[in-house]
Design a protein around this ligand. Sequence first.
Ligand code: NDP
Length: 285
Amino acid sequence: MAEILDGKAVSKKIKENLKKEVENLKQKGIFPKLAVIMVGDNSSSKIYVRNKSIACKEVGIEYEEYLLDEKIKMDELLDLINKLNQDDSIDGILLQSPIPKGLDINVAFKTIDPKKDVDGFNPCNVGKLCLGQDSFISCTPYGIIKLLEEYDIKIEGKDAVVVGRSNIVGKPMMQCLLNRNATVTICHSKTIKLERVTKKADILVVAVGKPKFINKDMVKEGAIVIDVGINRGEDGKICGDVDYDEVSQIASYITPVPGGVGPMTVAMLMNNIVRAAKMKEKDKR
Ligand code: NDP
């Protein structure tokens, strides 16, 4: 039976440490602050944004929310981002995805000041990650790396397989694992005989968005299995992309859903905001 990678417990520890750090910063007159922009009325986004606001409160980070109408024009969205870029009291800017189809999220991400890009989606930060340079790293992959580190799981030399190639999870995940000297394969919807590839993985990261997509026949005995997926199963309950009951029988480590990758993502966002606040202060000196 696999050992559970307890993202909830690890994220709690990270947030407690950050809380102490924020208290120290406040004594020096530094008040870390996040601005969140949400466009339109998406029920999943509302839950994610709410979780982020709760975490900010726990850690002591100031929080501001901008709820924009779904009919907003691109220029208006960019004007708001530019205003927040200029606002010295804001350390981090987060644009919650998805945004309505008529708006270009890539242009919006590009407009966020790289120094306030706490989600790590500005091409400048993505490029730095690819070059192995210090950058803001997208919170989900970063959280997964921290979780593996917390459990002393060695990445170097491992065969890692990432299923899913989205810009927010799959691609930065691949890069994070490569930067830590894993041998990485990335799979997607056009991959032929997926199980042939996933079965070779020492570390298997799944970010597909399909409930219980990975079954035990697709996983190597003893593999470390990271389930990024957040889906609503047929029973109405939240479930991952991995069939937990089956795969936990043969994996060595596994993340549960909920309680695995999700809380780590939020914790790393908090980490990135505190870091942005410290960087801003350093730049002033
Ligand atoms: P996307 O829909 O952007 O990407 C899904 C990826 O899965 C694509 O690359 C797609 O391939 C691939 N895929 C689809 N079908 C198959 C298939 N049959 N075989 C192999 N690959 C396939 O999703 P995201 O990356 O944004 O999110 C993935 C999941 O993770 C979702 O459930 C989401 O809710 C969750 N999530 C969880 C987070 C957390 O904090 N826990 C954070 C972000 C996301 P192709 O590119 O060819 O279309």
